[in-house]
Design a protein around this ligand. Structure first.
Ligand code: NAP
Length: 320
């Protein structure tokens, strides 16, 4: 059997993965972080993070992600861009991440792959993606200056992004399937008093129509059973997320929604495989909590390596 080549592999470069990398590098443990796109995770898409301590004015998600990346680079974390992980194979204590090209073998693994926005699967959604369907107001809001736009969902993400959109759009129509928002009260107070936001309560989007780009959305009222055709230039979806854990299914125990189940040390059903942040079956999805879980997973991974004797001796050199 081939020896594991890495002490720890971290999959995912959001706040959880980057913090895990920071702790491991500072502890002089051999670690590699595999990231599919640019580091930062979903936080990159947040226009302003107001609940991360140390930033009293709030900080835009992309800025926080840049600072986290700068910090791990300072301590020499190796970041590897990769195609999606297709599969995880466990052979004895070693874990192998099978990529499109090649593989990474490791003694311990930290899953920090986060979640992706959920699609609704309604007519027009795929057809107009990028042409008036968006899952990221932070990215696309400036394209809809002085236009009417629609936001679907009633959670924190929908409300935060709708508030961001009011800075650009002529009107923001928030469509929610109930008559009460799920978002936190602070956000609710702000959106309910915003003159640029109109609400369609007890309402469900059924279809998106247009020619080259989106022109209108059909919205069904589930109390009156009426359908209204609403002219809009873009529909932003915030109806929840699905965890990026498909590559784990044959090896690690997941909950019914696909999130990784762990114990209090954030260790999964497989010894040496840990999960941190939004991909974990935790109670709250928050940037700060993801970062804290990254730290916990790194410390637990270090203990695991020490207890199994798998840790490589520090060889010195400039990386640290
Ligand atoms: P979420 O809290 O799960 O909210 C999803 C929203 O979409 C809900 O209002 C839900 O309606 C609606 N929805 C779900 N499926 C739907 C469907 N098929 N048709 C129509 N509407 C549907 O998701 P999220 O807003 O993305 O937030 C996810 C997590 O991240 C939460 O824990 C949240 O607190 C956290 N988060 C925090 C912040 C922050 O603290 N600043 C910012 C963003 C996200 P119902 O309400 O009827 O279920």
């Amino acid at each position: 059997m081939t020896e594991p080549v890495r002490d720890v592999a971290i999959v995912g470069g959001g706040p959880a993965g980057l913090t895990a990398g920071l702790y491991l590098c500072r502890a002089r443990i051999d670690a590699v972080l595999l990231e599919q796109q640019m580091p930062g995770g979903q936080a990159v898409y947040s226009p302003l993070i107001e609940n991360y301590p140390g930033f009293p004015q709030g900080i835009p998600g992309p800025d926080l992600a840049d600072l986290m990346k700068e910090q791990v680079e300072k301590f020499g974390l190796e970041i590897m861009s990769f195609s999606p992980v297709n599969r995880l194979v466990q052979d004895g204590p070693a874990k192998t991440l099978v990529l499109d090209k090649g593989e990474v073998r490791t003694s311990a693994l930290i899953v920090a792959t986060g979640r992706s926005p959920r699609k609704m699967g309604i007519p027009g959604e795929d057809e107009f993606t990028g042409r008036g369907i968006s899952y990221c107001a932070t990215c696309d809001a400036p394209l809809f200056k002085e236009k009417a736009v629609m936001v679907i969902g009633g959670g924190d993400a929908a409300v935060e992004e709708a508030l961001h959109l009011t800075r650009f759009a002529s009107k923001v129509i928030l469509v929610h399937r109930r008559d009460e928002l799920r978002a936190s009260s602070y956000l609710q107070e702000r959106i309910l008093s915003d003159p640029k936001v109109e609400f369609m309560w007890n309402s469900e989007i059924r279809e998106i129509k247009g020619e080259q780009t989106v022109q209108s959305a059909s919205v069904f009222n589930n109390v009156t059973s009426e359908t209204t055709e609403v002219p809009v230039s873009c529909v932003f979806f915030y109806v929840g997320n699905t965890p990026n854990t498909g590559f784990l299914t044959e090896v690690v125990e997941l909950d019914e929604a696909g999130y990784v189940k762990t114990d209090e040390r954030l260790e999964s059903s497989v010894p040496g495989i840990f999960a941190a942040g939004d991909a974990r079956a935790n109670l709250f999805k928050q940037v700060l909590i993801a970062a804290a879980e990254g730290a916990t997973a790194a410390l637990a991974a270090q203990r695991y390596l020490e207890s199994t004797g798998a840790i490589k001796a520090y060889q010195g050199g400039d990386r640290w």
